[in-house]
Design a protein around this ligand. Structure first.
Ligand code: CP
Ligand code: NVA
Length: 304
């Protein structure tokens, strides 16, 4: 039976820990330029309906370094769901390739792709979630702290795909997670309720970012207008006043917190240059770890 990675909850807690251990191992191998090629003669189709830097580069480089070949399919190549039905392209690609990575608008499309593909499908971001990112982020936190105990993460900004993935992670690993967002920009209600019901983590929503960040180990933010919402950018700048992660917001944690952002960052909007460039910022570690954690995920999907 092939396995997909579409949501963080597709893995058990034990598997997530296993993936982090594997990521540590593959990261070391990469840094030492060891010959590690479990995917010789394998190909990965990467479907992009949205732009990307990190996701494309990390998957393509990572898979190549593990011996495989990755094909970049740009937004105009496939036009998923427009030029051709999702269920058709799923079966076609699976005849040529060993694995599919897809970055799409519609989450239903990635679910359909996985349903019809006979090879594993990895979700490289949809409007609903971004599981690879949050796996890499938690691994980055583990590297920096040495453990994941008593972790308070405060996300400040739009209750978007990044937040939905944190809420899924909160169903697998215990943490205190606060989403501090404007009232009209909440995360997905069902996902939030599922995280609450799972009873493993303490998840909450706040509309008072300065108060919410008190005691935070991690302050995390993301763009206020995600891909597909860029025409709302000006309106959102008005509605997100008070939610910028600036130096005063970082100081309001009252402790030596770390700053995280999935990137790309809009400096002067959701955060500022001095925070991104500060000692607290671990944004480039997050970016690097995308590759190592994704490689560990691919290895897991192939039982390697
Ligand atoms: N963080 C992230 O997914 O970056 P890209 O959109 O550049 O892939
Ligand atoms: N929320 C952002 C994340 C980018 C990696 C977006 O969807 O555009």
């Amino acid at each position: 039976m092939k396995r997909d990675f579409l949501h963080i909850t597709d893995f058990t807690s034990a598997e997530i820990h296993e993936i982090f251990a594997k990521a540590t191992e593959v990261k070391k191998r990469f840094r030492n330029k060891e010959n590690f090629k479990p995917f010789i003669d394998h190909t990965m189709a990467m479907i992009f309906a949205k732009p990307s830097a990190r996701t494309r580069i990390s998957f393509e480089t990572g898979f190549f370094r593990m011996g495989g070949h990755a094909l970049y399919l740009s937004p105009t190549d496939i036009s998923i769901g427009k030029r051709e039905a999702v269920k058709d392209i799923a079966r076609v690609i699976a005849r040529y390739n060993d694995i599919i990575m897809a970055r799409l608008f519609s989450h239903d499309h990635v679910l359909e792709l996985a349903r019809y593909s006979s090879v594993p499908v990895i979700n490289g971001l949809t409007d609903y979630n971004h599981p690879c990112q949050i796996m890499a982020d938690m691994f980055t936190i583990l590297e920096h702290r040495g453990n994941l105990n008593d972790l308070k993460i405060v996300y400040v900004g739009d209750g978007n795909n990044i937040v939905n993935s944190w809420l899924r992670l909160a169903q697998r690993l215990p943490l205190q997670f606060v989403c501090a967002c404007p009232e009209d920009y909440l995360p997905d209600e069902t996902t939030f309720q599922d995280a609450r019901k799972a009873g493993l983590s303490d998840v909450s929503i706040s509309h008072e970012p300065k108060t919410a960040v008190k005691g935070a180990d991690i302050v995390y933010t993301d763009v206020w207008a995600s891909m597909g919402q860029k025409d709302e950018a000006d309106k959102r700048k008005e509605q997100f006043k008070g939610f910028q992660v600036d130096d005063a917001m970082m100081a309001a944690t009252g402790k030596e917190s770390l700053f995280m952002h999935c990137l790309p960052v809009e400096r002067g909007v959701e955060t500022v240059d001095s925070v991104v460039e500060s000692k607290a910022s671990i944004v480039f570690d997050e970016a690097e770890n995308r590759m190592h954690v994704q490689n560990a995920i691919i290895l897991k999907l192939f039982n390697k």
